[in-house]
Write a protein that binds this ligand. Structure first.
Ligand code: HEC
Length: 245
């Protein structure tokens, strides 16, 4: 913007300012009317429909899946993606959002460009769009993740219907038995102290898997009791793991 443009802008601005109306009472009155309408709508909705009442709290549940409110799904997803990199979790979940907030706060100080036209502001435009797209994507994936104590793997292709049923049944036993506290399977579970099991079927035969489950190396607990008490479940578990290739 050169000197002439600047003077023209200031001239137009003062003309517009003289034609305009003062903030008080015009804009304030409009805002007040709109606020009143919003308030009345909220009062109407709460009288007419009330608030959703969820089931009573049960502190003994072991299947409750904690989830944030939808507007925090993007942060939740960042935390979920970073959970196996403890060194970076704080930076990713607290550091980066805080830096973004500070950058937003300081925007008027470092963004001194007088341009208003969005097409003349490619950097601001792409930064804004990238932020919106990233947050939308993270919100979507965060909202669609499975529960932390269940496996969400598709059975390998080429299985018969019976094998697929075994796969699903074994998946459930894995969820119930707490294997994911120590092992990663696909996208689920914790990376350690146990090794990832996503392809365990390639390195261990069913007999080896069953032997490991019965007589594991510490800290892995023994699942001998499962084999004794629910042989069917144990069988499904072993077959499920050997299908992971
Ligand atoms: C407390 C943590 C813990 C739990 C819970 C646990 N594991 Fe493990 N698991 C380990 C560790 C640690 C090892 C590695 C032991 C070693 O070094 O020999 C291991 C090893 C294994 C192995 C052998 C891996 C290999 O590559 O040789 C298999 C298979 C396995 N676990 C399956 C399971 C299954 C299935 C469950 C649930 C029914 C389970 N584990 C529960 C910690 C755990």
């Amino acid at each position: 913007m050169n000197q002439a443009e600047k003077e023209q802008y200031l001239r137009e601005y003062s003309i517009l300012k003289n034609q305009g109306k003062p903030f008080f009472p015009y804009a304030v009155a409009k805002d007040a009317v709109m606020s009143l309408i919003v308030m009345l709508v909220i009062i109407f909705l709460s009288l007419e429909f009330g608030a959703e009442i969820l089931p009573q709290v049960n502190p003994t549940t072991t299947t409750y899946v904690p989830r944030p409110d939808w507007y925090f799904f993007f942060l939740f997803e960042v935390l979920r993606v970073m959970r196996n990199a403890p060194k970076f979790t704080d930076m990713a979940t607290i550091g980066v959002p805080t830096i973004c907030m500070i950058l937003l706060f300081l925007l008027p100080l470092y963004d001194r460009s007088p341009e208003r036209l969005i097409t003349r502001r490619p950097i601001a435009l792409s930064a804004g769009l990238a932020t919106i797209i990233a947050m939308a994507y993270l919100t979507y994936t965060g909202a669609n993740t499975g529960s932390p104590n269940s496996v969400s793997l598709a059975p390998p292709s080429g299985l018969s219907a019976a094998e697929k049923a075994t796969f699903r049944a074994g998946e459930i036993v894995v969820g119930e038995s707490g294997c994911l506290a120590c092992h990663v399977i696909g996208d689920n579970g914790n990376n350690g102290p146990g090794p990832p099991l996503t392809r365990i079927g390639l390195t261990l035969r069913p007999g080896g898997i069953a032997a490991t489950l019965r007589n594991p190396t510490a800290p892995m607990p023994s699942f001998k009791n499962l084999a004794l008490q629910s042989p069917k479940k144990f069988q499904n578990l072993v077959e499920f793991l050997s299908m992971l290739q």
